[in-house]
Design a protein around this ligand. Structure first.
Ligand code: DGY
Length: 421
């Protein structure tokens, strides 16, 4: 049983992590393993900062948008300064945006958390709202131009969905022959147990896809001509749908045009049905090169409520999970032969995914389920620390430690004190 004192100590630890990982306006996910600004991490961090420093929270969003390319894309990593401890760094990506960056994007959660900041103090947000709405709208427009087909948002690199080695893309990855990738030195396995990280076969393909993008000058039209990796998935589709709903609210408030955003919402609402795999009665990822489903009920499948889509069969899956998984929600089902309890996105539970799912459950009227998930996540973090991810069977910490987005969701959602924040 946690006391008020215990939770206040944990709240302070979480704030200390965000402050320690602050690099002057942007937050690194954790020292060593991830020494730069990551796109979706950053948006969760802004929300965490907003529980005790709203001005700093806005700075995070503005720093993220400062890396926006002229075509609207907001990169998945902004390399604000050099750090030889990370691979692949800016020299491998070879991009020339306003800030050295990667050449792909990441799940667009920034509009959702910008809206939360704005709602906390609309007057304080007023002078920056128009710029933020414009930047986010340009980014979402880029998604619709280059990453949406038939109302389903897709990724062109596993890093784009943020779920790097999810079994969802095993077959699409296996179809890539990483010919000529050459030698490279991974840095991640020097920071974290390799058994918790993607394999060499994964990395060969990650790097090969980066080399291909660079060879094509990161020109979206060129890259789309012969797509080699194109998988529509619930992470991209549901976060983009949700982000547009939040963007629409802010656009209305700032007097910006809304028709285009309304059209995007309608497009994704209709397209989400294309991710429903009747064979597993779940939202699933779908290879757009060969049309096949991946057959994966992942934690991203449960993001439907976050996107404003209710689905009774997903609720059944969720209820069953509560009975057979000590620390839900695993990123891949425990009874799957591909489940690996500690290997990144092939099994572990992630606090940020639980948070987005919990927010959605609550908003869609499933308060009991939302509270159960929050309480389980609270217990998990309180017992095992602010880890990057957790073994869903026994809760043990995995990946990087002192992790910013776990601290952020603790402050804004999982902590028993979060409602009062
Ligand atoms: C990594 O380096 O592991 C990241 O997930 C890439 O975004």
């Amino acid at each position: 049983m946690m006391t008020t004192i215990d939770t206040q100590v944990l709240d302070q630890q979480a704030r200390d992590i965000l402050v320690a990982n602050d690099r002057g306006g942007y937050t690194i996910p954790t020292a060593g393993l991830y020494p730069y600004q990551w796109n979706w991490d950053s948006a969760f961090c802004a929300w965490g900062f907003s529980t005790f420093d709203l001005e700093r929270a806005w700075r995070e969003i503005e720093m993220l948008l400062s890396g926006q390319w002229s075509n609207g894309m907001v990169p998945h990593i902004l390399f604000h300064q050099d750090d030889p401890g990370y691979f692949p760094g800016p020299d491998v990506w070879g991009c020339d945006g306003p800030i050295p960056s990667s050449g792909i994007s990441q799940p667009p959660v920034a509009a959702t958390f910008a809206r939360k900041l704005w709602e906390k103090d609309p007057d304080m947000a007023a002078p920056r709202l128009a710029d933020v709405v414009r930047g986010l709208t340009d980014w979402h427009r880029w998604f619709f131009r280059w990453r949406v087909l038939d109302g389903m948002a897709f990724l062109t690199h596993p890093w784009e969905a943020g779920r790097d080695n999810a079994p969802d893309w095993d077959s699409a990855m296996a179809a890539i022959e990483p010919v000529g990738v050459g030698d490279y030195v991974r840095r991640d396995t020097g920071h974290v147990d390799p058994a918790m990280r993607p394999t060499k076969a994964d990395y060969d393909r990650y790097v090969w896809l980066v080399q291909r993008g660079r060879r094509l000058g990161w020109d979206d039209a060129e890259m789309a001509r012969n797509p080699v990796f194109r998988v529509a998935d619930p992470t991209m589709t549901f976060t983009l749908l949700r982000a547009n709903r939040d963007l629409l609210v802010m656009a209305r408030a700032s007097g910006a045009p809304c028709d285009e955003i309304e059209g995007w919402i309608a497009d994704l609402e209709a397209g989400a049905a294309g991710l429903w795999n009747p064979d597993i009665a779940s939202f699933d990822s779908r290879d757009l090169v060969n049309g096949g489903f991946s057959g994966c009920l992942s934690n991203a499948s449960y993001l439907c409520w976050y996107a404003g889509i209710d689905q009774p069969q997903m609720l059944d899956h969720f209820r069953k999970l509560r009975g057979n998984c000590r620390y839900p929600i695993p990123s891949h089902p425990l009874d799957s032969p591909r489940f690996e309890a500690k290997r990144y996105w092939r099994g572990p539970t992630w606090g940020i995914m639980n948070t987005a799912i919990g927010l959605g459950l609550e908003e869609m009227g499933h308060g009991g389920e939302a509270e159960a998930l929050r309480a389980a996540t609270c217990e998990l973090i309180a017992a095992h620390g602010f880890a990057e991810y957790f073994d869903p069977t026994d809760g043990s910490a995995a990946g990087g430690g002192q992790f910013s987005w776990t601290a952020a969701i603790w402050l804004a959602w999982a902590s028993p004190n979060a409602r009062r924040a």
